[in-house]
Design a protein around this ligand. Structure first.
Ligand code: GAL
Length: 423
């Protein structure tokens, strides 16, 4: 279930024959499909998060008149708060009708916990297996059974900036390596500008994964999650030391990503490393123009690499309004749904046959990079792809200590030990 290979993704569908249509799932005994409503749980609330969801909700309502849509979004970037609320609901046998889940080891955990219905029959009856990258479906499956519907592909390794401000500060081009970034930080410091803006803990870990990627390169980055790269080895420690230097030239807050990127717009900081949901925010709520009032490059050292994550929706066991949940999943999987949602969300479609013309500005570049056969795909730590929930929680705990004591070797030791304990 680790990061999948670019070619596997693009080969999706090749050789997969659409199976004969199977009957749609019916309600299992004991399920209570009574009310005319559907409750969808996510963490998409607030500017840059909710616009795409709202477009899907409108379409759902138009297609399902009389069905109440309950938007159970719990605010907080990367789902930090939402996941806790969801876990309590699932453990208390109060599932929503569908919930947001990342492809990868995060999905495996919920599948193994027995929380999710097997959607393989839905995939077969709707011919979906041929419509999504095979590698992506694999990241939502265990034992050949598929448990979620992907709505998008996001890219984590991006660095956002305001081109005119860089020019004003005497920076000719965005940094291509972390060493160059640190050199630029000196120039910026003399102008009273922080090199980077970073916020709440998850945004710091988001930065950390991309410093590790940029410093270690693809093979060693991948090895961090499979045990092949030694966390305690000299190269990893050196990359962690680079991360400390990056943090030292950053303005570090506690805000979520929107307020953190706002500091770049205000000119307090030069850059922000964030996923491409930022494009939804900058082009939507902030009404900025790609290449003019904002711009973006791969984070230092990661040109040609797509550090991916994919948002997906599920059918939890015991969903009270199963039939409407299935309508929701069908909308999420449809080309119309994907092309309504993704241009607003700042992501590229998970479907292979989406309408390219709908992806403009930043998203035209994103789609081109995603579909380029020489692009290398790796998986995100923070957004559920490469570490199971138990290990990720241990990494977060160790990071809290690292932030205080700044001891790279101690952090590496803790992460490595937690890998062995939780793999
Ligand atoms: C990610 C999620 C994205 C975006 C981001 C910020 O985990 O996959 O869709 O919402 O968090 O909240």
């Amino acid at each position: 279930m680790a990061a999948f290979n670019r070619r596997q993704i693009l080969m999706a569908g090749a050789g997969v024959t659409a199976l004969a249509a199977l009957p749609a799932c019916s309600n299992p005994p004991g399920s209570t499909d009574s009310g005319e409503k559907v409750e969808v749980f996510s963490w998409w609330s607030g500017p840059g998060e909710e616009e795409g969801l709202k477009a899907l909700i409108e379409k759902f309502k138009a297609d399902n008149t009389g069905v109440e849509f309950v938007n159970a979004a719990v605010a907080g970037g990367s789902g930090t708060q939402a996941k806790q609320v969801l876990a309590n609901r699932m453990r208390g046998a109060q599932p929503p009708d569908s919930y947001q889940l990342h492809a990868g080891l995060e999905a495996s955990d919920d599948i193994k916990a027995g929380w999710l219905e097997d959607l393989t029959a839905m995939y077969d009856s709707n011919g979906w297996k041929a419509k999504f990258p095979k590698g992506l479906i694999d990241n939502l499956s265990i034992g050949g059974k598929i448990y979620a519907v992907p709505v998008n592909i996001h890219r984590s390794n991006l660095m956002w900036y305001v081109p005119k401000k860089l020019t004003e500060w005497g920076i000719a081009a965005p940094a291509k390596t972390w060493a160059e970034f640190l050199a630029q930080a000196e120039t910026l410091k003399a102008k009273n500008v922080a090199a980077l803006s970073v916020g709440a803990t998850w945004t710091q870990l988001h930065l950390l994964e991309n410093v590790l990627l940029g410093e270690l390169g693809v093979a060693k980055y991948n090895g961090l999650w499979t045990g092949a790269t030694d966390w305690k080895g000299a190269e990893t420690i050196a990359a962690l030391d680079t991360f400390k230097k990056v943090m030292a030239v950053s303005v570090v807050g506690t805000d979520d990503w929107q307020a953190t990127i706002d500091k770049v717009l205000a000119g307090t900081a030069a850059y922000h490393v964030m996923g491409d949901w930022a494009a939804g925010y900058l082009q939507g709520a902030k009404a900025l123009k790609y290449k003019d009032t904002y711009d973006v490059v791969a984070s230092p050292g990661s040109t040609g690499v797509y550090n991916f994550l994919a948002d997906s929706f599920t059918l939890p066991k015991g969903a009270p309004h199963r039939a409407h949940a299935e309508s929701w999943l069908k909308l999420c999987a449809s080309p119309e749904g994907q092309d309504l949602f993704n241009p607003l969300k700042g992501s590229v479609p998970a479907r292979l046959d989406a309408d390219k013309a709908k992806y403009k500005d930043y998203l035209a570049w994103a789609l081109q990079e995603w579909q380029n056969s020489s692009t290398v795909v790796v998986g995100s730590l923070v957004h559920g792809v490469v570490a199971n929930n138990a290990w990720k929680a241990e990494i977060e705990k160790a990071y809290g200590v690292f932030l205080q004591d700044k001891e790279s070797a101690k952090f590496a030791e803790a992460v490595s030990k937690a890998y062995t304990a939780n793999k």
